[in-house]
Ligand binder design. Structure first.
Ligand SMILES: Nc1ncnc2c1ncn2[C@@H]1O[C@H](COP(=O)(O)OP(=O)(O)OP(=O)(O)O)[C@@H](O)[C@H]1O
Ligand SMILES: [Mg+2]
Length: 362
């Protein structure tokens, strides 16, 4: 497979904590279903200590990717390496040992309902055959770390969703893993609880130097904690780079439409219904402008209006932040009768604004 290094890829000097090469998983056809290529050849490098987010539509292959990385799923082709050990080459015994280096948290927490918070966290250590004293010494600080000291003897049914996920995180950390994998860990939580769990993940990333690979379809997760992201579609990574760059300047149409919807950058339905893709018999062009960094401060819209002698109507505007860096998104309607599209785009690009042409309205 390709070893090309697209923009945003790690410099090859840093050995990756998680690496996949030409990773493919093809589900064979059965009586009731056609065959599915869930992963079509994935090359991924996650650096030690980074938080990498994989985002993509339902069915894109996200869970299959994560299951191949922790050895729950056998790939059809290709390799997975975690902390220098090739997972794909291991037998059952080797895999069990290697999995202790890989913590995992889930959307529905997967706690054992007959065990207290403490005993859930202790479970992987019991499996590892540690004695009761060592287990206690390991579990207690973890329960404190996730802020559940007063809930240690509660059963899952007595805990809120956020508290259950805290137990899940403590359990994932019990074997002192190098890597934490998260499959939609905040999807079942309300927005406020999501923020508190993301803060906890960021804290363990920073304080324990833990590498985190998470999959999500929530923009909030990407905005709050991801250093880099990969967009997966049809079992392939179609874009990859710093979270800020991928979100504010997606290069492919698929990523643009997916990320736009995720960020709430969709037109109001009444307007969307009127947008045409052809210019004939229309009077306005609809443009979406993305402002990043310094350009967020510039009076570009007013200048655009003066420079081309045309009215500009603002249809939608939002300001947002990724990893603490601001960016703005404005959708405008601009008269298109006597305007040269190329000149408008060039003017905006020169002002440091990226332009996406949405269509035309009468
Ligand atoms: N065990 C399986 N047998 C057959 N097909 C499968 C199996 N597991 C997954 N698939 C198929 O592989 C594709 C990718 O599935 P996967 O669960 O990885 O998607 P996903 O990105 O996690 O989706 P979601 O966001 O809905 O969780 C889907 O088309 C799915 O139907
Ligand atoms: Mg999934």
């Amino acid at each position: 497979m390709t070893t090309a290094s697209p923009a945003g890829r790690l410099p090859s000097l840093v050995p990756a904590m998680i690496a996949t090469r030409d990773l493919a998983r093809i589900f064979a056809p059965t009586k009731s279903s056609a065959g599915v290529t869930a992963l079509a050849g994935i090359d991924l490098d996650v650096a030690p200590g980074e938080i990498f987010g994989v985002i993509g539509r339902s069915g894109a292959g996200k869970s299959t990717l994560i299951r191949c990385i922790n050895g729950l799923e056998k790939p059809t082709r290709g390799s997975v390496t975690v902390d220098g050990v090739e997972i794909t080459g291991l037998d059952e015994v080797g895999l069990r040992a290697e999995r202790r280096k890989i913590g995992m948290i889930f959307q529905h927490f997967n706690l054992v309902s007959s065990r207290t918070a403490f005993d859930n966290v202790a479970l992987p250590l019991e499996f590892a055959g540690l004695d009761r004293r060592t287990i206690k010494a390991r579990v207690e600080p973890l329960i404190d770390l996730v802020g559940l000291a007063d809930k240690r003897d509660r059963y899952p049914v007595e805990l809120s969703g956020g508290q259950k996920q805290r137990v899940g995180i403590a359990r994932a950390l019990a074997t002192e893993p190098k890597v934490l994998l998260s499959d939609e860990a905040t999807s079942a939580l309300d927005p406020e609880t999501t923020l508190s769990i993301l803060a906890l993940l960021k804290q363990v990333n920073r304080d324990l130097g833990l590498t985190i690979l998470l999959i999500t379809h929530e923009m909030e997760v990407v905005k709050q904690i991801c250093d880099r992201v990969g967009v997966i579609d049809g079992g392939r990574i179609i874009e990859e780079g710093a979270a800020y760059d991928v979100i504010t300047r997606p290069r492919t149409e698929t990523a643009r439409s997916f990320l736009g919807a995720l960020a709430g950058r969709t037109l109001p339905p009444l307007l969307a219904a009127r947008v045409r893709q052809t210019r004939e018999d229309t009077r306005h062009a609809i443009l979406r402008l993305t402002f990043t960094g310094e350009t967020a401060e510039e009076p570009t819209i007013a200048r655009l209006s003066r420079r081309f002698g045309t009215d500009v109507a603002i249809l939608q505007a939002q300001v947002d932040e990724i990893g603490g860096r601001p960016f703005g998104s404005i959708t405008i309607a601009i008269g298109n009768e006597h305007l040269d599209d190329g000149a408008v785009d060039a003017f905006l690009t020169q002002a440091g604004v990226s332009v996406e042409r949405i269509g035309h309205v009468a």
